[in-house]
Ligand binder design. Structure first.
Ligand code: NAP
Length: 544
């Protein structure tokens, strides 16, 4: 552009939109007069903005340079067209708001610094005004002149989401051992992998972190002088943080864009779903096929499977039925051979087929076969199939989904045989990740709550339960885990159970034992009829 202007002997004024990213990692006050201060430019974004501003400055054209800070949506409507900067944290904020109510106060590490956000309407209004104003200044910072401290900013967004209040801030630097930890943090690349995993646990993207500078203070004297008397000013974040968050929830939340996300990640992939003839597996197979995956359907009932395959094909998808009894090792081997021969392997392996048994241990004294048959289908079958397909999964950097139950996080009474199999599969997944994660293999463990399928149908006391999930919703938990490569997928209640079981194991065991005595399965009367009535009324059925 600059050479074209020069060839055309352009003698007007070039208005160049740069960014405060030119300040790189500068950790003091950065004025509009400053440019090359010896600052490091650790991120490609810093370098690209710095280099382009440099070209403009070194050219012979007359210029005005505008340097906005991190631009967010419109302060009046919240409108924004992409997820960038602070918006990346909104997913984690939403999780936090889901897990903890507004009256909780959450201690947070003290983070000194300010992240400068500026609404797009202020940037646009200010730029237009300055472009036509008579001033000798050439560089203008379009920033919030009084940005809130970092933790205060986070608190505003968390409050907007209805989550806990953040604070008090804890000074980690003053805690014993902090110095040693500091030295450790500078030890690449293993620590970097760890940091990235931690950031991804929070639901934040790992790329782009390096572009964030919260130490720099941005001075905007030229802008303030040019805007004097215009009525244009940057509104304080507290007046529009909620508007930004609301807009994100309504329009930008990636969870609302599932079809596109699924298409991007699953289109053209070979996805094998066991237990695909009904229930959760059926819903998962349909959803994966809608996203453009080639779906391999596995279950025993050949006619049902063929009907599902035809339904998917009729809707324009690709599906193949592979009727297999997964409780037979020979049949599993034959399935693996057929898959390798016909498709060369799979990209995604969803271990969903399972059987559940609800029977007290004391009523199982002569029923060892219950333990054997649940183990055969729920544990040995997925392990055997995974072992057979592992080389192809390694080649493709594939994903394995283990469809587990919330009962693994808080083992309830009456499901000893079933829960042990799911716990075993969970442990196998942990080992797989520990051994193969660096090769690109991913295991996603999904801890489902009660889902309305044939599996729960025999239990009359579950019929009125208010917390039952639909198979389609369960399928989105499974596929979210696959496409977002999430290590563990659970509901807010599941996360709460996992937490309390870890922190208060004795109390948790006792609560579950009290439940067993309140809701006995045989003819003995309930030891706690009042509590039983209260719980039944509250959740619409039996919790166990
Ligand atoms: N429903 C719930 O409340 C709930 C809660 C938490 C977790 N889960 C988990 O979610 C998964 C799916 O459950 P669901 O409720 O959808 O179960 P479901 O309705 O009973 O369906 C089970 C599926 O597995 C297949 N299957 C059963 N035995 C098989 C065998 N020997 N070989 C091959 N396929 C076999 C069945 O087809 P065929 O009969 O044709 O073989 C069917 O497609 C399971 O892993 C379950 O543990 C369910």
């Amino acid at each position: 552009m600059l050479s074209a202007l020069s060839r055309a002997r352009f003698d007007g004024r070039l208005h160049h939109v740069s960014s405060v990213a030119v300040a790189g990692d500068y950790a003091d006050t950065f004025t509009e007069a400053m440019f090359q201060e010896g600052q490091d430019l650790p991120h490609a974004y810093h370098r690209s903005k710095f280099e382009s501003e440099k070209l403009v400055r070194e050219s012979k054209v007359d210029y005005r340079i505008y340097r906005p800070s991190s631009v967010v949506g419109d302060s009046k409507t919240g409108a924004m067209d992409r997820i960038d900067g602070v918006y990346y944290s909104f997913g984690a904020i939403k999780k936090l708001a889901y897990a903890l109510p507004g009256w909780v106060r959450l201690p947070v590490p003290r983070i000194r610094g300010r992240f400068n956000l500026v609404p797009v309407d202020y940037v646009a209004d200010a730029m237009v005004h300055i472009a036509f104003s008579d001033t000798d200044a050439r560089v203008f910072h379009l920033v919030d002149p009084k940005p809130p401290p970092f933790v205060k900013m986070a608190d505003m967004f968390v409050a907007a989401a209805g989550g806990p209040r953040l604070g008090p801030a804890v000074d980690i630097a003053k805690m014993p051992g902090a110095k040693k930890t500091g030295a450790l943090m500078s030890m690449p690349p293993s620590v970097r992998e760890l940091r990235d995993a931690f950031v991804s646990d929070l639901g934040l993207p790992t790329q782009g972190l390096g572009a964030m500078n919260i130490k720099v203070r941005l001075e905007d004297g030229n802008t303030q002088a040019a805007l004097a008397g215009s009525g244009i000013s940057c509104p304080p974040l507290r007046t529009y943080a909620k508007t930004l968050y609301r807009y994100y929830e309504d329009h930008l939340d990636p969870m609302k864009q599932r079809p596109a996300r699924y298409r991007r990640e699953l289109g053209g992939k070979v996805v094998l779903v066991t237990g695909a003839s009904r229930g959760i597996g059926l819903a998962t197979a349909h959803m994966a096929a809608e996203a453009g995956a080639e779906v391999l359907l596995v279950a025993r009932d050949a006619a049902k499977l063929e009907a599902v395959a035809q339904e998917i094909r009729a809707a324009g998808g690709r599906a193949h039925a592979h009727a297999t009894d997964l409780s037979s090792f020979d049949a599993i081997d034959a399935l693996a051979d057929a898959v390798l021969a016909q498709y060369g392997g799979v990209d995604v392996l969803i271990h969903n087929a399972a059987r559940s048994i609800r029977r007290p241990i004391s009523a199982s004294l002569d029923r060892f076969h219950d333990y054997e048959r649940t183990m055969a289908l729920n544990y040995f079958a997925p392990v055997r199939l995974t072992l057979r397909l592992l080389p192809s999964l390694r080649e493709r950097g594939g994903t394995i989904s283990h469809v587990l139950t919330m009962g693994v996080l808080m083992p309830a009474p009456y499901f000893a045989a079933y829960l042990a199999t799911k716990g075993a599969l969970d442990a196998f997944g942990d080992s797989l990740m520990a051994e193969l994660q660096h090769e690109g293999i991913h295991v996603s463990s999904v801890y489902l709550p009660l889902v309305k399928t044939e599996m729960m149908a025999p239990v009359e006391e579950y019929a009125g339960r208010s917390d039952v999930m639909t198979p389609r919703r369960a399928a989105t938990m499974i596929l979210d885990g696959v496409v977002d490569r999430r290590r563990r997928v659970m509901t807010g209640m599941g996360a709460y159970f996992a937490f309390s079981n870890r922190v208060m194991p004795a109390t948790t065991s006792r609560i579950l034992n009290l439940l067993e005595r309140a809701f006995p399965l045989d003819d003995t009367p309930s030891e706690f009829p009042l509590e039983k009535a209260f719980i039944t009324n509250a959740i619409g059925g039996s919790p166990v």
